[in-house]
Design a protein around this ligand. Structure first.
Ligand code: MLT
Length: 400
């Protein structure tokens, strides 16, 4: 028989969101009449905006004509999309990125997981707690030593550089699940740590479109020195509704280096390019045309409208829960509201209570790490109607 990667035996049996989906399905099967509202997984519900649909439709037509047909594209993505990203996401914020530092992909989930392919197993990895479970799970799969960086309500759930050495640090800002965002000084402290320790920061900016205050950094490269120590992951999923269509990009600056055991300096950009071209054949042309359309003036306007729609849900959730006496975080620069479960309840107990008594599905905080125990995440990605209905149920159950 074949030998398995035994690191997998050290994982929880099931990925967090699969467990939640199973529990919800089991409840629904047992209570077919229940009108369950899902504010659990952060999946968008608003359709792709008209500018994206028009661009995709035109791209479908391109694929139907020999003169404009596209087969394999460049694995790293088409220039038309990279140029739009450079101009709007970086140059507009005073950051210089070149096209060969951008890698278009099928998602930040895949990229934040796959990036480990180019990093040695011996690296010590620091991961804020609570955070998106993919970072921990993929490093467990790889057999790396993980040191958690616990965060709590007192520190606003913001991870600060530790006293110990780490080789790789994951940061997610705005954070999934707590919704808190790192300001310039907090990010600068991380860049200084990475420079001092010779560490690599893996910066997940999947939720940057939700940053409502323009003085907050939406890219780690707004911090001087970050291009020498950070890889950045961005996604069109939450920005423009691409969770089902799949499109994201990762920036690996050419000024970023790692070393071999023998001390030889190696470009991380060259390694990621080698990995990407070997294991990935490019995001579909039609999808990249759609993604590029969000950078047109109409696309920008339409995408902002959708973000405002979700932001209104986040406001309603946070306002209602705060009024009901819950302690809440996030929701301002993030589609997630992070709340403390009623005293004495674990995250999963609160999950069961909400499912059974309110027929509302959320995400237990402990699923994002031990420091999430006793907390709970609700997403603003539902419809206005469902969000309002869920809040009504909270009022009925928890109101005085
Ligand atoms: C979440 O709910 O945390 C996200 O939707 C998961 C993801 O983006 O993969």
């Amino acid at each position: 028989m074949v030998f398995i990667n035994e690191n997998f035996t050290r994982l929880e049996d099931s990925y967090l969101f699969s467990t939640i989906a199973k529990k919800r399905a089991a409840y629904q099967a047992a209570h077919p009449q229940a009108k369950v509202i899902s504010l659990g997984i952060g999946d968008v519900t608003r359709p792709l905006c008209p500018a994206v649909i028009d661009a995709m439709t035109a791209a479908v037509a391109d694929m139907g004509r020999a003169e404009t047909f596209h087969g394999y594209g460049p694995e790293q993505g088409y220039d038309f999309l990279k140029q739009a990203i450079i101009e709007h996401d970086y140059q507009a914020r005073g950051v210089e990125i070149s096209p060969d530092e951008i890698f278009i992909s099928d998602g930040s989930k895949s990229d934040t997981g796959n990036i480990g392919d180019i990093l040695a197993t011996a690296n010590v990895v620091a991961i804020p707690d609570p955070v998106y479970p993919v970072y921990v799970d993929t490093n467990v799969m790889a057999g790396r030593e993980i040191k958690m960086l616990p965060t709590d309500a007192t520190g606003g759930f913001c991870a600060v550089p530790p006293a110990f050495h780490a080789d790789v640090i994951y940061l997610c800002s705005p954070n999934n699940p707590t919704g808190t965002v790192l300001n310039r000084a907090q990010l600068a402290a991380w860049v200084a740590y990475a420079q001092r320790e010779g560490a690599l920061i893996l910066f997940d900016a999947a939720y940057k479109a939700f940053i409502a205050d323009d003085t907050l950094p939406s890219s780690i490269y707004e911090i001087p020195g970050a291009k020498d120590c950070a890889i950045e992951f961005c996604s069109f999923s939450k920005t423009a509704g691409f969770t089902g269509t799949r499109c994201a990009f990762t920036v690996v600056p050419k000024t970023l280096f790692g070393q071999t055991a023998a001390g030889e300096k190696v470009s991380l950009n060259a390694l990621w390019n080698r990995r990407h071209t070997t294991k990935f054949n490019g995001t579909p042309y039609i999808v990249q045309r759609g993604a590029a359309a969000i950078y047109t003036p109409e696309g920008q306007r339409q995408v902002r409208e959708t973000i405002a729609y979700y932001r209104e849900n986040a406001r309603l959730i946070k306002e209602t829960l705060t009024e009901l006496g819950f302690t809440c975080f996030g929701g301002e620069h993030s589609p997630y509201v992070w709340l403390q479960a009623p005293a004495g309840q674990t995250s999963w107990e609160f999950f069961d209570l909400l499912l059974e008594k309110l027929n509302v599905v959320g995400t237990p905080g402990s699923g994002f790490g031990p420091s999430g125990e006793g907390y709970f995440r609700l997403t603003a990605f539902g419809s206005h109607e469902q969000t309002a209905e869920a809040m009504q149920r909270f009022r009925q159950y928890f109101g005085k």
